[in-house]
Ligand binder design. Structure first.
Ligand SMILES: [Zn+2]
Length: 53
């Protein structure tokens, strides 16, 4: 239970697993840049469409 006090936790980009420096802790960024954000979203959308077939 010692993880609760860990400050400055590193968030990894959901697309490329690259550590992202967090400037705002109240709104953590989940992607290292906008392109990766869209790529991940498109991949998820396409995946859900393919799943429905
Ligand atoms: Zn990335």
């Amino acid at each position: 239970m010692g993880d609760f006090a860990s400050r400055g936790r590193t968030v990894l980009c959901k697309w490329c697993n690259q550590p992202i420096p967090q400037e705002r802790r109240w709104f953590p960024r989940q992607y290292c840049n906008r392109r990766h954000k869209w790529r991940h979203r498109i991949t998820e959308t396409v995946g859900s469409i393919l799943d429905s077939y």
